[in-house]
Design a protein around this ligand. Structure first.
Ligand SMILES: NC(=O)C[C@H]([NH3+])C(=O)NS(=O)(=O)OC[C@H]1O[C@@H](n2cnc3c(N)ncnc32)[C@H](O)[C@@H]1O
Ligand SMILES: [Mg+2]
Length: 430
């Protein structure tokens, strides 16, 4: 049926061989007797030259009528031509329009981002967004490879929940039959229940955060890669995270070298990213900020500016550990000295937090007290607290934002272009 454009450009078919391609029109210029067309398929773009005498009159008329984003089937002979983009072109022997496209609304440059978001169902076929989605495909598949090779089981936790995991301020409420329920902020609490049978589990699920802020790194719906491991402490988990992130970056840069270059990223950096990554404590991070002139008060959490500033000191992802207990979630293990055994991984060059994780609090009384201190009723976490009553074990886990990771790897200014249909405070359509 169809051959792929990238295989033609790679020289898989000798000059003169007739092949057939199915694709969409990127450009079309006609002078009546000769038509120059650029078509694309999922693998790339190629120039097609349709000449009077090479094709029947119907096919010449079809070629002449090709318009932006019309779908077409083109039969043609491969021809090496250094002047053609990619070094090869097709000399058409037959041209058919499959789906007409009149007045396609996205052409040229400089469109208003909100207009492009209104037309996301069309813009999603653009070269840049297609490249980013291919990178995301590699990120997700290499994550799964690493987890499976590391003895993790993929599980499918619920998305509809009865309580929060990351605090009530970012919960989406939904009417669940006659009850009130919430959309998942994180699969964590359920993953913790699954380690008592499977020991090491992971999930890739949508997480929902009713973020009131408009930032370049927050979505209201994002894809959350989470892992949970029995018998593993915080620092052993950080060793594993270095391996996971390095593997995913190396593999993705290997597979999507061209796409990353086209997006203005540096595939060589990600291909060569290896452990160890720098590790500092929260206290050390505060000292760095204060030395850099930040008026930062010990006890506060780091925001975008602090994370950006800290990341400028390192050219690899930075692990920051042991934050003050007061500013972190109830489930994080008390380290003593008013700290918790948690870790955030901050990407270099200001791309911010990619991973949040911790060792989990296993002391039942402490956990109930922390839940109360966060203004919640321990009774709402009855099932979760049972995990501490029956055969509890030391365990740790983490959450990695897929879109945050893709934004860093693809060097994208805004997180909205790392997901096909971004959901933010001002948009949930199309
Ligand atoms: N299993 C766990 O231990 C995960 C834990 N319960 C959790 O949800 N941590 S987190 O809130 O830091 O979110 C984890 C990551 O999830 C990403 N994240 C977190 N919030 C967002 C938003 N709003 N948009 C996009 N990405 C987001 C970001 O990379 C964070 O580091
Ligand atoms: Mg976090």
């Amino acid at each position: 049926m169809f051959v792929k454009i990238k295989d033609i450009l790679a020289g898989k078919y000798p000059d003169g061989e007739e092949v057939q391609v199915g694709g969409w029109v990127v450009k079309n210029r006609s002078s009546g007797k000769i038509v120059f067309t650029v078509i694309r398929d999922s693998s790339g773009e190629i120039q097609v030259t349709t000449k009077k005498g090479n094709v029947c009159d119907d096919a010449l008329r079809e070629a002449d009528a090709l318009s932006l984003e019309a779908s077409t089937i083109i039969k043609g002979k491969v021809r090496t031509d250094p002047r053609a983009p990619g070094g090869r072109e097709l000399v058409a022997t037959d041209v058919k329009i499959v789906g007409a496209s009149r007045d396609y609304p996205i052409f040229g440059e400089g469109h208003n981002p909100e207009v492009l978001l209104d037309l996301r169902h069309l813009h999603i076929r653009s070269k840049e967004l297609v490249a980013i989605m291919k990178v995301k495909d590699s990120v997700l598949s290499s994550c799964r490879e690493w987890f499976r090779a590391s003895g993790f089981y993929e599980v499918t936790p619920p998305i509809i929940m009865s309580s929060s995991c990351e605090g009530g301020s970012t919960l989406f409420e939904l009417k669940y039959f006659d009850e009130k329920a919430y959309l998942s902020q994180s699969a964590q609490l359920y993953l913790e229940s699954l380690i008592f049978g499977l020991e090491k589990v992971y999930s890739v699920t949508p997480s929902f955060r009713a973020e009131k802020s408009r930032t370049t790194r927050h979505l209201a719906e994002y894809w959350h890669i989470e892992g949970e491991m029995a018998w593993v402490g915080l620092y052993e988990m950080i060793d594993m995270l270095e391996q996971l992130v390095s593997y995913v970056c190396n593999k993705t840069a290997e597979e999507r070298h061209e796409e990353l270059r086209m997006l203005g990223s540096d595939p060589e950096y990600f291909k060569n990213l290896k452990p160890p990554f720098p590790r500092i404590t929260y206290d050390e991070a505060v000292k760095i900020l204060q030395a850099d002139g930040f008026d930062f008060k010990w006890g506060d959490d780091f925001g975008t500016h602090e994370e950006r500033q800290l990341s400028m000191h390192y050219d690899k992802p930075l692990f920051i550990t042991e934050y003050p207990l007061e500013v972190k979630a109830f489930y994080m293990k008390d380290a003593g000295n008013a700290k918790v055994l948690n870790v955030d991984m901050i990407a270099p060059r200001g791309f911010g937090e990619i991973i949040g994780g911790s060792e989990r609090e296993t002391d039942l009384a402490l956990l109930e007290e922390r839940i109360r201190k966060q203004g919640e009723d321990p009774a709402k976490y009855g099932w979760y607290l049972d995990l501490r009553r029956y055969g509890s074990v030391p365990h740790s886990g983490f959450g990695m934002g897929a879109e945050r990771l893709v934004r860093w790897i693809c060097n994208q200014e805004h997180i909205r272009d790392t997901i096909p249909y971004p959901r933010t405070i001002s948009r949930f359509n199309p």
